[in-house]
Design a protein around this ligand. Sequence first.
Ligand SMILES: *Cc1c(COP(=O)(O)O)cnc(C)c1O
Length: 492
Amino acid sequence: MPLLYQSTRNKSNQVTASQAILQGLATDGGLYVPVKFPKVDLDFDQLKNATYQEIATLVLSAFFDDFSHEEIDKAVKSAYGKKFDTAEIAPVKQVGDHFVLELFHGETIAFKDMALSILPFLTTLSAKKNAVDNEIVILTATSGDTGKAAMAGFADVPQTKIIVFYPKNGVSKIQERQMLTQTGENVHVVGIDGNFDEAQTAVKTMFNDEKLRQKMLANGKQFSSANSMNIGRLIPQVAYYIYAYAQLVKSGNITAGEKIDFSVPTGNFGNILAAHYARKIGLPIKQLICASNKNNVLTDFFNTGTYNKKRNFYVTSSPSMDILISSNLERLIFELTDEDDKMTSKFLTELSKTGEYKITEKMQEKLANFSADWASEAVISDEIATTFVEEHYVLDPHTAVASAVYRRLKPAEKTVVVSTASPYKFPKVVLESLTEPSKNLTDFEAVEALEKISKTPLPKAVSDLFNAEIRHNTVIATAEMQHEVESYLKLK
Ligand SMILES: *Cc1c(COP(=O)(O)O)cnc(C)c1O
């Protein structure tokens, strides 16, 4: 019997891993979660000597057991290879009294590469396994990093197309340029005049639109998602938490079995949920620190039990965390209700109807192994400056959020700050934190200035951007998103 996945909104909707990966979202609007968590043998006396690829294979084979070991092994080797600029894939660095797990060594220099470099392999394998010969259309809303990483992963992959929507005024210039220069015959990227939440809501609506689904099928196509709602995104992320722990055992900084904390810069709640899943399969984690920027809806949720999205939306220096509806939280809510699908649906319906919900006290008690806090724009800037002056280490603004929150909470355990982007992806903010606010530099001039000051090597992903050709220029109103999809796909 393979491990099955159930929808958070209808437990009787159960599918295999490959079916869950293909579908992305459950058709009832819920998210797929494992019916039972697999048993994984985490023997760190052995794992400390394992490669990233070996640990990824261990995790993926356990969770996605309708794939053969050979299939997983091949996908892992293809994904975590030359596209990364370090053989370690996800190095752990000591920075002062804590550690930083660098997840930005992939093609697009942000942590989304960790999952999106393998998702295309899992998606096409899943299609084959389920005898699906429809064209798979990846439909994705991005707050900046997912879009580029997904396009890089899916570009020219046979039997797939990918459409990415991003908030025209909500991403950094580097992020936008990365997307607009994307090559590949099967990629389409579109700016919208709304924010990320609006883009994501419209994408979810299209996924759940039965009429559109039928129309797609009639045209030999079906949607899938590259967002972190897809279990095929979430599970590969479990691997680097285990890898990081193994590296700390190897370097003698912790002993096997010692509990540690992770501080995670959080937006859609995917990265930190992967850490929680690592904990559920036995990784010794005490606290997971949920770090937010000024869009601090999750800080309030963890500290009060009320999720309330009725608040101002801020465009911050950490745009990939500018999110008021953290979709993956639904998976945690489902767990907190003791897997009550009706109750989970009720909370989520309340959220879309009234803009808020309050969990019960019993549910709130189960949140004791999470801590949460947030960092303002000024605190982020200070954190970047302080870390550079004291430790000669350059943080990007997202990582700075997690670092600042760690510094404020100062847990007793050894702590790993999860670093989700290279500072070169957000050069202006980083530069302005390290120097006096300068004249009006472009992002590209800022990159050069940052390289001089920080003396950290410029990733190829950024230097290549300077000369790349702009290939996309569509901008539309949010209300036009479905129309854009239908016309790009030439649906009849
Ligand atoms: C996506 C992203 C985040 C937020 O991760 P979630 O899984 O959405 O919580 C943080 N930092 C960077 C740089 C990102 O790209």
